[in-house]
Design a protein around this ligand. Structure first.
Ligand code: M6R
Length: 605
């Protein structure tokens, strides 16, 4: 979490830093701040809350200077206050930081014993206090930065700016991503390429443990052993990093709406003239794989849960699935015949990355399904498969979910083909079903009006239950997560058959119960569970196709989905799950794109 940006520019940098922070706000929005060197002196503006609050301050109190650093915060140590906002400063040093300094308490005690006066509750302040201490001992800025870095434990990315040093910025990457941008007589650094998108298309990704000394003429990069090293300059496509709402009220609305086109164009990248019709890397070997281990967090985890059904059914491949934050702490039994597959939109989720690094030491193949192809997870995988969803800015993941599902479905087909469970014809028949998705998703989007009306009722609820069986169970969990995170209504999901084992006690006439039930092999069983809810006066909202709605009879609320092949149902039912959350949040007047307490990219464990 937290976004950082630094610029050694040829003009005033604070407007550019401010714009970059706008692009980084998805990483956190508890506070924002900028520091520049104004005639060689450090000058800082900070504000609590969203960037707009900092913008207001800058209008009345601009920040001159051609060298500067900026930060947008997701609070870890210390509540969101001005004192805890970055940049932090001590003496002649200012720092912006993303990540956690695990040994900050010990460092702080040591510094306080030496007379340092802390003004915040953050772990970050220990970094500036340390660097300032070393400067006071007579070290050069570079020596002070290097000695400071040696003292720090944890995962972080950070940047130092030193008073009186107009042509110097020092940055370091350990555990959290950081890239350097190259301009004409200017140099930049940022948490990701999106931050640098409007500044340059030439970017160097720092490797784990790297630190770098930047001047306007270039960057000297040092590896974890302090040896000077070269890292390649890559070209980023500015188009991919361009961000706008395209006329929609929210990024989330735009991202929901663009699913048909994204799924269609992403699919085009993965079909080929091969026996199974799939254009996937030949190095992917499901034949020698005895167990597939799926690991992810949040929405990506629910995509994995759907995929488990596919890999088992279509490929006969045993699947184990884990929430990333639990994976490595349960001593999973791993071996060389296992394939570990990590799913992450951002590719930077700290728990997923840590799980990947753990698995890498034991399993035969490490595969990832990512949206950000330059991310740490992509770069540390044997095979990284892009979902081609384009930047997802809304904190609630929508298009990334269906795009992840698509790549996972294709992988399940490839696995089925390689393992001899699916014939070439069988594989191509499934592929043909997948190609129907954009059209059906568009039809599901057409039901938005009904969902909008329904959302008014839901917005009054204190709790909501979501039910489903088979692949509709993870869909129910995804629906509950979406509703919780943007409308702040408590929601839970259950496998429909599990309801009677306890949660049914919650049902009364106030409780909305949303049931995902396409008319498939499990329909009748799900409907029986739905009847159990109705018998207890629960407010059932049935989401099904015409046949299902007809068969279910009298149900208080209903939303009609198109009739679809069972295999692709998760893609289509994701749409009402997303729209229900979106419209309920609108009714409640919450901040849909930037819900409280959350950040888009969770880069702390
Ligand atoms: O970037 P990732 O896919 O690794 O992120 C995983 C979760 O943090 C993410 O899906 C989160 O749960 C979303 N806010 C859900 O909408």
């Amino acid at each position: 979490m937290c976004g950082i940006i630094g610029i050694l520019g040829t003009h005033e940098v604070s407007p550019q830093i401010h714009d970059a922070l706008k692009r980084l706000e998805y990483r956190g929005y508890d506070s924002a701040g900028i520091a520049t060197l104004n005639k060689g002196r450090l000058d800082i503006r900070r504000a609590v809350g969203k960037l707009i609050n900092l913008s207001d301050i800058l209008v009345h109190d601009p920040l001159p200077g051609r060298s500067g650093i900026g930060h947008t915060r997701w609070a870890t140590h210390g509540e969101p206050t001005v004192a805890n906002a970055h940049p932090h400063r001590a003496g002649r040093v200012a720092v912006v930081h993303n990540g956690i300094i695990e040994n900050f308490r010990a460092l702080r005690e040591q510094l306080e014993a030496q007379g340092a006066e802390f003004t915040s509750q953050t772990d970050t302040e220990t970094i500036v206090q340390l660097a300032s201490h070393y400067l006071d001992e007579g070290m050069t800025p570079t020596q002070a930065a290097r000695h400071t870095l040696e003292q720090l434990e944890g995962a972080f990315a950070l940047a130092f700016l030193f008073e009186g040093e107009e042509d110097l910025m020092i940055c370091a990457r350990r555990g959290s991503p950081l890239c350097i941008g190259h301009g004409a007589g200017e140099m930049y650094l940022g948490s990701d390429a999106i931050a640098l998108a409007e500044l340059t298309d030439r970017v160097t990704y720092l490797e784990e443990g790297d630190w770098a000394v930047l001047s306007r003429s270039g960057a000297m990069i040092f590896d974890a052993e302090d040896k000077q090293t070269n890292r390649p300059v890559t070209r980023i496509t500015l188009e991919a990093a361009r961000i706008d709402k395209s006329g929609h009220k929210h990024f989330m609305a735009k991202e929901i709406a663009e699913q048909p086109s994204i799924l269609q164009s992403a699919m085009a990248q993965y079909v080929g003239n091969t026996p199974d019709g799939l254009n996937l890397p030949e190095t992917l070997d499901f034949k020698q794989t005895d167990r597939l281990i799926l690991v992810a967090c949040g929405t990506a985890f629910y995509a994995c849960q759907v995929a488990k059904y596919w890999f088992e059914k279509l490929a006969g491949l045993p699947v184990e699935i884990d929430i990333a934050s639990e994976f490595r702490y349960r001593d999973p039994v791993l071996g060389p015949a296992n394939m570990a597959l990590f799913v992450s939109q951002s590719g930077e989720t700290a728990d997923t990355l840590a799980a990947l690094r753990h698995a890498r030491r034991h399993v035969g193949q490490v595969v990832s399904v990512v949206n950000v192809t330059t991310s740490s997870i992509a770069r540390e995988s044997d095979v990284a498969l892009p979902i081609h969803a384009g930047p997802e800015i809304g904190v609630a993941s929508t298009k990334a979910f269906t795009a992840q599902l698509q790549v996972l479905a294709l992988l399940a087909l490839r696995a089925g083909w390689q393992r001899g469970v699916l014939s070439a014809e069988g594989c191509k028949a499934r592929l043909a079903e997948l190609r129907l998705i954009p059209g059906f998703v568009a039809q599901a989007l057409d039901r938005e009006g009904e969902i909008r009306n329904l959302a008014e009722t839901l917005s009054q609820a204190r709790d909501v239950l979501f039910l489903g069986r088979g692949t509709m169970f993870p869909l129910a969990m995804e629906g509950a997560l979406k509703l919780k995170e943007i409308s702040y209504i408590h929601a839970e999901a259950y496998a429909a058959g599990e309801l009677k084992h306890g949660p049914i006690a919650l049902v009364d006439k106030e409780l909305p119960v949303i049931v995902f039930a396409p008319s498939d092999a499990l329909f009748e069983k799900t409907v029986s569970n739905m009847q159990e809810v109705m018998a207890r006066h629960g407010k059932v909202i049935l989401i099904s196709d015409l046949a299902g709605l007809t068969q279910a009879g009298d149900v208080p609320y209903r939303v009609q989905m198109p009739a679809i092949p069972e295999f692709i149902a998760p893609f289509i039912y994701a749409i009402p799950a997303q729209l229900i959350a979106y419209h309920t949040a609108l009714h409640r007047g919450t901040d849909v794109d930037q819900p409280r307490n959350l950040a888009k990219s969770v880069t702390v464990e």
